[in-house]
Design a protein. Structure first.
Length: 377
């Protein structure tokens, strides 16, 4: 067997295949390919932009297609065959992937990895147009920044009705999930999963400047016994963590393989020194650095309009068993109906697929959210 180039966690699963164009964004300086909401980002003009309708997106994908033609992307990815990162890494068949540090560096635990290190490398230097220089700025920047997920919490209008006490009780529960105590509960589980001192207080360690709880020995053992060391699966399947909460990485850091910690440590040090730029979870002076919220307050009318944009949604889907034109271009270049050239796809996105209506609705929602923020800050 020959060593394959860049691969995804599951080369036949569209949900994982999309990581390839996220990598394209970080390699070639394109915003919106790893957005927290669809393909949106804030430009230096303070307006929302959609990577699907921007020329530079397709330039980056063309470069990825050139890498594919050179044999630098795995054959299984190009053919969508059922190959997984576990096989690639356990058998030394894969060279590089763009994925989640904790779950993937577990592969260092396999016997074939003795003396080897599968670990995170430094964020690449690319030319980014953050508005500080008309010619762009060569820097290390990642759009991949922790935020809450879009699913999880909702309050039933029918269930609450006109009972204000019920509404406040539901809101109090949600507020708790976003508090420090709620974050620890959702990240670690009940107190029995946490190591304690003789007086019942938590044993803590310093994590990124904050004292955070240490997991109990039995928790660590169960993590490996039931979830093979995979913190995400353990939290969701056994702890019962909800999706929408501000998850602390302190637990998963303790579960990360030593080699994974080494690579993550290098990245953290670079971020601390200002060598890697990233979006900020706040309204920033330069809007280009403001992280897009995972949800915007669109109205019922706007939601109904967006639902009609099926071509725009379906052709750039991220779910399993769906299709994504970005992945297709990486693998095949421009081919097939509606995507014979960069110009044709851009014409479809901005024309018949009505990306303009989508942006208008999202922009209106962002403007309302920003106005609310400015009024109440």
């Amino acid at each position: 067997d020959t060593v394959q180039g860049i691969f995804s966690r599951e080369d036949a699963n569209n949900q994982r295949r999309v990581d390839m164009f996220k990598l394209a964004g970080i390699l070639f300086g394109v915003r919106g390919l790893e957005s927290r909401q669809d393909y949106l980002y804030l430009g230096t003009d303070g307006l929302l932009h959609d990577a699907r309708g921007e020329d530079e997106t397709y330039v980056a994908l063309e470069r990825m297609n050139a890498l594919a033609k050179e044999g630098l992307i795995s054959k299984s990815y190009l053919e969508q065959s059922d190959e997984k990162s576990s096989t690639m890494l356990e058998n030394d068949l894969g060279f590089m992937s763009y994925d989640y540090n904790q779950t993937q560096t577990l592969m260092n635990e396999t016997k074939l990895q003795d003396g080897e290190k599968y670990m995170a490398v430094m964020v690449p230097v690319a030319r980014w147009y953050d508005g500080t220089n008309a010619d762009g700025v060569y820097m290390r920047f990642t759009e991949s920044w922790r935020s809450v997920k879009t699913d999880g919490w909702a309050i039933s209008k029918a269930g609450v009705g006109d009972d204000q006490d019920k509404l406040y009780a539901a809101l109090k529960l949600i507020d708790y999930a976003y508090s420090r105590d709620g974050m620890i509960l959702m990240s670690y589980g009940p107190d029995a999963f946490i190591k304690t001192n003789s007086d019942g207080s938590y044993v803590t360690f310093n994590f990124n400047g904050t004292e955070m709880p240490v997991i109990a020995d039995a928790t660590y053992a169960e993590l490996w016994e039931k979830a093979g060391g995979n913190y995400t699966n353990y939290a969701r399947f056994y702890l019962g963590s909800t999706l929408s909460f501000v998850k602390s990485q302190a637990f998963e850091y303790q579960c990360t393989h030593a080699v994974g910690k080494e690579g993550a440590g290098n990245i953290s040090t670079a971020i601390g020194l200002g060598l890697i730029k990233h979006p900020i979870l706040a309204v920033t002076e330069n809007p280009w650095y403001t992280s897009i919220p995972t949800v915007l307050p669109t109205t019922k009318v706007e939601n109904e309009e967006i639902k009609t944009l099926t071509d725009l949604t379906d052709n750039f889907a991220s779910a399993k068993d769906k299709i994504n034109y970005f992945c297709d271009i990486i693998c095949q270049g421009y081919s097939g109906e509606g995507k014979s050239s960069r110009a044709e796809i851009l014409s479809s996105v901005t024309g018949t697929w009505n990306n303009g209506l989508y942006l208008d609705d999202k922009q209106a929602a962002w403007d309302r959210l920003l106005a609310y923020y400015n009024t109440n800050k």
